[in-house]
Design a protein around this ligand. Sequence first.
Ligand SMILES: [Zn+2]
Length: 288
Amino acid sequence: MALVNGNEIFKNARAGKYAVGAFNTNNLEWTRAILAAAEETKTPILIQTSMGAAKYMGGYELCLHLVQDTVKSMGITVPVVMHLDHGNYEAAKECIKVGYNSVMFDGHDLPFAENLEKTKEIVKLAHAQGMSVEAEVGSIGGTEDGITGAGELASVEEAQTLAATGVDYLACGIGNIHGVYPANWQGLNFDRLQEIAAAVQTPLVLHGGSGIPKEQIVKAISLGISKVNVNTECQLAFAKATRQYVEAGKDQDIDAKGYDPRKLLAPGTEAIKETVKERIAWFGTPAV
Ligand SMILES: [Zn+2]
């Protein structure tokens, strides 16, 4: 299966009350683990790179080729969308040029009029190339790539105005946060989600999907969330499994060559795959 435009996999999500997961990749192991989880569950998936991860890996073109070539070499048969997560204006334009399937232009920290203008421009450029676009209104709390959001709720009017640009999916702040949730977190604001879902038909995106209790995620999906982003959960799972391997002294087993990266990184890679599979089940993504 070739990589596809985001619209292919979201067509029936709102009506079918399910979501598709978007998982951030950081390197080869992450890419293989995410794709393996999608293949084993026979479900479509988005694999996304943040600006920081793309810089770490060596640029957007390299990230795209890594995913394209891994899809091919692993014989992946399910639809895969290569997506830019939280791109600024320049990054969104670059990923459209490089040939991603989908880009997020995150203009939430700009004055709304400027967010709107730039979103319109990115939509025009992306749609001309058959790519889908995600925009953001209201900020997601926490810090991602150095941008810290207070997590204010998206305004219904702004969500409607941004949806009218023809964006393919819309991220709206409903109390969600990137990273690990603080102990005093107030939970998702379902009233605001319902108001936005009633006002716009565009598939809605829930960022910061790591650490939100399953019941809240399932409820959010039933109220109109179609795409859920997961990043931190996979990082925690990878770190924990790798730590257990090292703390057990397995990396120091010279006879078994436990220091070989293919062995050292294997438990972490497996843990990412299991985390992704578990989330896919939570989201109710139907098999293709
Ligand atoms: Zn996000």
